[in-house]
Ligand binder design. Structure first.
Ligand code: ADP
Length: 879
């Protein structure tokens, strides 16, 4: 169990799940903490809002109402205004409302706070009973003011009694008669009576008003009354017993009045002169103060609680923030750690895998991915390696297939080349005999048949040559020989050739150079010319009227390179859009033109291959009935002028200085040896020949040639072997040997040089290059003559006149052998025969210069046909 667990390390999926799970949990935790803290804070704030603040408010309102109640009570006591009672009741209602809400709020408070509210209610219940008492007292003035009650009731009673007793005494006295003593008694009675009345009235006024003037008047009145009482008392002996009883009663009332006056004064001096004010002062105010104290206490408590709640809310929020920050930091750290782990366990291996993939893409099929872990990436690496192995296997198979295909292709090319050789030999016989036959006596029908045979044969020859060319190009056998060349000369030659063709079809032909053309460039002149002539020939061939033009445009140029565009335009029949790509394929001809225009259908295929080799591509643009435009662009290196001069100096060579040299030409095919023998022979070389390597060695030993031109592929012994053997012989270690081979690839060239050859020339042989190599190897100096070339500017308008039949046969033969040098020589010979032949001579000279075998053959053939018709006509005339 345990081993299994260990063997399986966690996959990337597990790692990712665990990592992200942790991250998510942490985030959730942080959020939960923040929510809890927030909820605490919210609850505290809610309590503050719902309880503490309203409680403080209610308490404050209750205080205010209580103060107003007091105020209005006092106002009423002082001013007796009913309005104050009303206001008192308003304030009382407000107070009771506030008290009720405090009661309600206090439900959830702690014991102490609830007890305070309880005390408040009880205190108020007591206090509430006071104001009605106050109002009652205030309205009942006798109860409210004790001094008033004493004076109104008690003092008045004494006054009335004394006045009545005194009246009774006066009446009794009057009844006793009016003697002097009696009059005296009466006077004393009257005086006392009025003095007592004034005294009593004064006391009463004092008790009612509390005026302080009483104190000032009372004492003198009391003294005066005492004096009048003494006078009356002194008359006692003259009084009747009845009168004496009256007098005793007056005396008692008088004492009582004096005591009452003192009492009134004492009351007015005390703080209970007004009972309502006394009650207000002693009960209402102190109790209200106690209540306000309680209320203040409640407010303070609630304020304090509010502070506590808010502080706690603040704490909660601060805690929540701290937790969030800490959690966030933790999550961040976790994220970074995960990114690091991911990088290590996923990105790194993937990057290494990518680089391995890059190596494989770059061609290193053996690159191996390292399986670092047994997770998905490890599996990927393993699959990767499996895939690479498969890939390597596939590539090996492909290479085998490719090699097989290449071998097959080479076999095809070799087959084509062989077939061409095989076909050419009988064809030469057919053509030769056709020519011989044409010179014999034939019926016109037979003669026409022979002409058909010859023409068909020649067409076949063209076809074979083109096929061979194409096969060689496709087999990679054709290499370009870039050399210094004069662009101006090339264009002039092309122009001259095409002008004649165009004139024959009454077409205008112009050639235009746009921009500064570099004088000398490095290019394979022959091949470039071949392409241009092919395009221009097509243009002429497929145009019935209008014009054909050649335009060369310099697109870019500096002293190292030039980018040129070659354009061939015509106003011919045009090509249908769907044929535009097809015409570049071998043997493709657009629609039904084949019969009317002739041709092999290989020209464009060859031209495109050549331009591709030169690093460009042929493009075409055409409209049916309006014309076509073919063009290609090339990047050509610009060459030094004098290099070209050196090459062109080979022109006009007639021989060489010094002793005669001997040249051995080795080739198994007569037709290949022929032209070289003839060309070199005319320059004064002794020519000997051999048809294979073995005979060549024997020939070298016996003839001791100065130089050997050696074919590479021959029966019996090939050229390579022969060279190796010759180099093995001391005498011939230094013998100059030039290999002339149809196998002209770089590898072939190198193989020849490795075998010991001094130089290599491709077939078909370029005599200029041959001469250059020979001069180099033998150290020859050429002798030259001023070339009496046919006039440089032949009269283009002059008609081409066919030469005598023998000359014609010879020219055709030379042309078929591709012997350009001889054609040039022959052209000069022709020009010297008759001025009429000069235009033809000039034309041939140029064509030979351009190595235009096909064009020469065609030209001669057409002339021959023309002259034959003429000849037939003249023969008939003569006959
Ligand atoms: P050929 O001319 O021998 O038939 P090419 O390969 O040169 O072979 O041309 C292939 C075909 O392309 C021609 O048969 C012709 O139909 C078409 N073509 C080539 N050039 C032109 C042109 N300038 N105008 C019209 N058609 C052309």
């Amino acid at each position: 169990m345990r081993r299994v667990f260990r063997a399986r390390t966690a996959g990337i999926g597990t790692k990712l799940t665990v990592g992200f799970g942790l991250l998510v949990s942490l985030t959730l935790l942080v959020v939960a903490l923040a929510v809890v803290a927030g909820r605490d804070a919210t609850r505290d704030i809610e309590v503050s809002e719902a309880v503490r603040a309203p409680a403080s408010l209610a308490s404050a309102q209750a205080q205010d109402a209580l103060l107003r109640m007091q105020l209005h009570l006092r106002g009423y006591l002082v001013l007796s205004d009913a309005e104050d009672i009303e206001q008192y009741h308003v304030a009382r209602q407000e107070f009771e409302k506030s008290l009720a809400s405090l009661h309600a709020l206090a439900a959830g408070w702690d014991q102490d706070d609830r007890r305070r509210i309880q005390a408040l209610s009880e205190g108020y219940a007591r206090w509430k009973r006071l104001p009605p008492q106050l109002f009652e007292l205030h309205e009942d003035s006798l109860r409210n003011r004790p001094a008033l009650r004493l004076s109104r009731v008690d003092v008045q009673a004494r006054r009335v009694r004394v006045l009545a007793e005194t009246e009774a005494m006066i009446a009794l006295q009057k009844a006793r008669g009016a003697d002097a003593a009696s009059r005296e008694t009466l006077a004393a009675l009257f005086t006392f009576q009025s003095s007592f009345d004034a005294l009593a009235t004064n006391v009463m006024a004092f008790g009612a008003s509390g005026e302080s003037s009483f104190k000032l008047t009372y004492s003198p009145q009391l003294v005066a009354n005492a004096a009048f009482w003494d006078t009356l008392e002194a008359r006692r002996p003259w009084l009747t017993p009845q009168q004496r009883d009256h007098l005793d009663r007056i005396a008692a009332a008088r004492v009582e009045l004096t005591q009452l006056a003192l009492q009134v004064r004492a009351i007015l001096d005390s703080d209970r002169a007004f009972e309502d004010l006394y009650l207000y002062r002693t009960e209402v105010v102190p109790q209200a103060r106690a209540l306000i104290g309680l209320l203040q206490n409640v407010t303070a408590r609630q304020q304090a609680q509010l502070q506590v709640d808010l502080a706690r809310a603040k704490d909660s929020l601060a805690r929540s923030r701290a937790q969030t920050v800490a959690g966030g930091l933790l999550a961040l750290a976790l994220g970074v750690a995960m990114a690091f782990l991911l990088r290590r366990s996923v990105v790194g291996p993937v990057q290494r895998l990518t680089s391995v993939a890059g190596q494989i893409a770059a061609g290193d099929i053996n690159a191996q991915a390292r399986a670092e872990a047994s997770d998905e990436i490890g599996m990927l690496a393993t699959s990767f390696n499996t895939m690479t192995a498969r890939l390597a296997e596939t590539i090996t198979n492909l290479e085998a297939a490719k090699n097989a295909a290449e071998t097959a292709n080479r076999a095809k090319s070799a087959f084509l080349a062989n077939m061409s050789h095989e076909l050419r030999t009988p064809l030469n016989a057919i053509l030769g005999y056709a020519q011989i036959l044409r010179r014999s006596e034939l019926t016109p029908r037979d003669a026409a048949g022979v002409v058909t045979v010859q023409r068909s044969g020649e067409h076949l020859l063209l076809l074979i040559n083109d096929m061979l060319d194409l096969a060689r190009i496709e087999a990679g056998k054709v290499e370009l020989y870039a050399d210094s060349m004069d662009l101006g000369t090339l264009l002039r030659i092309v122009h001259d050739i095409i002008r004649v063709e165009a004139q024959r079809k009454e077409l205008a032909f112009d050639h235009e150079v746009v921009g500064p053309l570099p004088a000398v460039v490095r290019a394979d002149e022959k091949r470039l010319r071949q392409v241009l002539l092919n395009l221009l020939n097509n243009a002429v061939k497929f145009t019935r009227q209008g014009r054909v033009s050649l335009r060369v445009t310099t697109l870019e140029s500096d002293d190292k390179h030039a980018r040129l565009r070659f354009e061939v335009e015509d106003t011919g029949i045009g090509i249908r859009a769907e044929h535009l790509e097809r015409i570049f394929r071998p043997f493709e001809q657009a629609a039904d033109v084949q019969r009317r225009f002739g041709g092999t259908g290989l020209g464009l295929a060859i031209s495109r291959q050549l331009v591709l080799l030169m690093g460009g591509d042929i493009h075409v643009e055409s409209r049916v009935g309006a014309g076509s435009r073919f063009w290609f662009e090339l990047d050509l290196p610009v060459a030094e002028h004098d290099v070209f001069e050196k090459v062109s100096q080979i022109e006009g060579i007639t021989g060489y200085e010094g002793r005669r040299r001997k040249v051995l030409v080795v080739d198994d095919i007569d037709a290949n040896r022929g032209p070289v023998l003839e060309f070199m022979g005319r320059l004064g070389f002794d020519m000997i020949e051999a048809d294979n390597g073995d005979s060549a060695i024997r020939c070298v030993e016996t003839e001791r040639p100065d130089i050997v031109l050696m074919d590479s592929v021959m029966p019996v012994m090939d050229g390579m072997e022969a060279i190796r053997r010759l180099r093995g012989m001391e005498a011939f270690a230094e013998l100059p040997i030039i290999v002339v081979s149809a196998n002209a690839s770089g590898a072939d060239r190198q193989a020849c040089l490795d075998a010991g050859a001094n130089a290599f020339l491709p077939k078909p042989i370029d005599f200029e290059r041959l001469l250059t190599e020979i001069a180099r190897l033998l150290g020859l100096t050429w002798t030259k003559r001023s070339v009496a070339a046919p006039s440089e500017e032949p009269d283009a308008a002059a008609p081409l006149v066919a030469p005598p039949p023998q000359e014609m046969e010879e020219l055709l033969r030379l042309a078929r052998f591709g012997n350009m040098r001889s054609i040039r020589t022959h052209a000069q010979h022709l020009a010297s025969l008759d001025a009429r032949y000069r235009p033809l001579a000039a034309r041939l000279y140029k064509l030979a210069d351009a190595f235009e075998t096909v064009a020469i053959v065609q030209l001669l053939k057409e002339l021959q046909e023309g002259s034959q018709t003429d000849g037939e006509q003249s023969t008939q005339h003569e006959g």
